[in-house]
Structure formats: C-alpha cells, structure tokens
Design a protein around this ligand. Sequence first.
Ligand SMILES: Cc1cc2nc3c(=O)[nH]c(=O)nc-3n(C[C@H](O)[C@H](O)[C@H](O)COP(=O)(O)O)c2cc1C
Length: 176
Amino acid sequence: MTALPIDAAVPRRSPRLLVVWWSRTGAAQALAQAAAEGAASEGGVETQLARCDTVGPQALLECDGLIIVTPEMLGSAAGMMKDFLDRSYYPALGRIEARPYALMVSAGSDGRGAAQQIERITTGWRLRRIADPLIVCTHAQTPEAIEATKTVDESALHRAREIGATLAAGLMLRLW
Ligand SMILES: Cc1cc2nc3c(=O)[nH]c(=O)nc-3n(C[C@H](O)[C@H](O)[C@H](O)COP(=O)(O)O)c2cc1C
C-alpha cells in the first residue's frame, strides 16, 4: 500500500483573520466591520472581529493574519488600542513573525501619528504589511463634532472591504 503524503493525511484548518478594533464614536468600528465583511466575502477564512479590550495576546498567537483599526487620539493610537498592544507585545514577540497585517486609522484631520506609532510596533513584531495604511478623516474639529457619532463615506468603507478581502484571499492562497 502506498503511504499518503503527510499533507493529505492531516486536515488543514481554515486560516484565521483577527480584526481588532477600538472606537469611541463609530468611525473605526465601521471600518473594522467593513474589513471583516470583505474578508467574509472571500469565503473559507475564519474571521474574528474583536474589540481590543476583549482580547489579548492569545488572539494574536492564534491568528494567521491581522487587521488593526484604531482612532487617532492626541497624535497617537487610542489609549485602549495602545493598552492591547502593551499587553500583547512581549507575549507575541518572536511568535508571529511574517504574518500579514493591515492598518486602518480614523482621524479628525490627520491620522499619521497613530499610523506611524502602530507601524513601529508591527515592525518590532516583524509583521508583513500587505497594504498602505488606510487613514480616514471624519473632519471633526469642534468639541461637538468630535463627540458626534460618525458616518464613514462609502468610498472609505469600500477600501476597507477591499483590504479585508485581499488579506483573506492571500491567506486562502497561502500567499503570505
Ligand atoms: C481626545 C481626542 C483626541 C483626538 N486627537 C486627534 C488627533 O490627534 N488627530 C486627529 O486627526 N484627530 C483626533 N481626534 C479626532 C478623532 O480621531 C475622530 O473623531 C475619529 O472619528 C474618532 O474615531 P472613532 O469615531 O472611531 O471613535 C481626537 C478626538 C478625541 C476625542
């Protein structure tokens, strides 16, 4: 009897995508949901959409790909997202290298500070960026506009879906 190749004998589990997000007024949450929808549209990838205070390093260790979605606050990532990264950095260091990731930032008018800060952290983890950071400005400037619930325009949601779908398709094809 011919022995089965090892690959045929061991069933492969579906690739897992973690979309981890924080949001105060809805913009980053809408982007995260759109990214997860895009990933789901590819089929075959198990997508976990998780608010960052509900998960820790274990979720990172168990995923094959990652999307981080955060608002910019005071020139850097939202404190809650920073807390997730603080809790996860050393437990995940050296254990998630080369996994693909994407980053999305909701901002009033800038977003670059948060994007740079997260990119320094993902560089430390040696993650592989699969798309330029998506920065979406909500144009909130006054205290009232800052506190208002945000609506994200369709073109930004479309781009978030595309990024989710691209990452998921690459996971399915084992491109990354
Ligand atoms: C305390 C605070 C600080 C903020 N700092 C910045 C900032 O540094 N740069 C910026 O572009 N927007 C800033 N914003 C605007 C938010 O990024 C914007 O309202 C965004 O839509 C928030 O995302 P969310 O709707 O997902 O909560 C700040 C908002 C708050 C409440």
